[in-house]
Design a protein around this ligand. Structure first.
Ligand code: HEC
Length: 134
């Protein structure tokens, strides 16, 4: 009789332990799953926003990397690393399009190639991306 009681108790305790362990496992998995939603630790590069990601896509589509590099990708002649810290948004736009103050400092060829970005629907996102290069 005592043995049976103990066996039942053990079975119940084992079942409870399994439930607790799987709940803890699921909780840990969930913790690991939403790291993207957590603020980045200080010093870590922030995850790109949707606009910055769209801007990066436009940067590649508009062939900016024929003449520019970012993080070692593209033409190393004119790196754009840190350009978001050097230039405000108006200057970023002028240099991107080859207009305004930038026009006088660029070759005709560079201006011609930059002109493909004029009127592009993704221009605001492209400027967001450039501004994020700090
Ligand atoms: C034909 C070559 C060429 C192409 C293509 C080109 N650029 Fe440039 N860009 C230049 C040159 C040359 C400069 C002036 C040198 C410099 O500052 O890096 C410049 C300058 C810039 C600057 C200012 C950099 C700084 O540090 O002051 C930005 C921003 C820029 N370009 C963005 C773009 C974007 C965005 C595209 C794509 C739409 C693009 N460029 C396409 C040649 C090009």
């Amino acid at each position: 009789m005592l043995r049976q009681t103990r066996a039942r108790w053990l079975a119940g305790a084992t079942a409870a332990a399994v439930v607790v362990a799987s709940a803890a496992f699921a909780a840990l998995r969930n913790l690991g799953g939403d790291t993207a939603a957590k603020p980045a630790p200080p010093g870590a590069a922030a995850a790109p926003t949707a606009a910055q990601a769209a801007g990066r896509a436009a940067f590649e589509r508009l062939k900016c990397m024929n003449c520019h590099s970012v993080a070692g990708q593209g033409n190393p002649a004119n790196p754009l690393d840190g350009v978001g810290a050097r230039l405000d948004r108006a200057a970023l736009q002028e240099w991107t399009l080859g207009t305004g103050r930038a026009a006088g400092q660029l070759s005709a060829g560079a201006k011609r190639q930059k002109a493909v970005a004029v009127g592009d629907a993704e221009l605001p996102a492209l400027l967001d991306y450039l501004a994020s290069l700090k």
